[in-house]
Write a protein that binds this ligand. Sequence first.
Ligand SMILES: [Zn+2]
Length: 92
Amino acid sequence: MYKLVISNPEKQMKNGFEKCRQMHPKVSLNGGIGNYKVKGNENIYNVQLFRDDRGQKLAECCCKANENGMFCYHIAAAFLAHTGIMRLKKAA
Ligand SMILES: [Zn+2]
């Protein structure tokens, strides 16, 4: 899997967010916060969102687009869910 650095999510995942609006992928937690399963058309993809030692935000997905170093809509979907969860946690 290819580790993508999230530096400007709005720009980097613009297409991904767009596709999410069309596809409505299902996101569920996969064990813990930061690990997600995203169900697209048929397949389920594992997406991980995490930080490295330097505090950089990274994203990984097990699909083909990610192997090519692209932000796929699975990552975009997981990112949206992740942002929502973190916001809830802060509010609690
Ligand atoms: Zn993907």
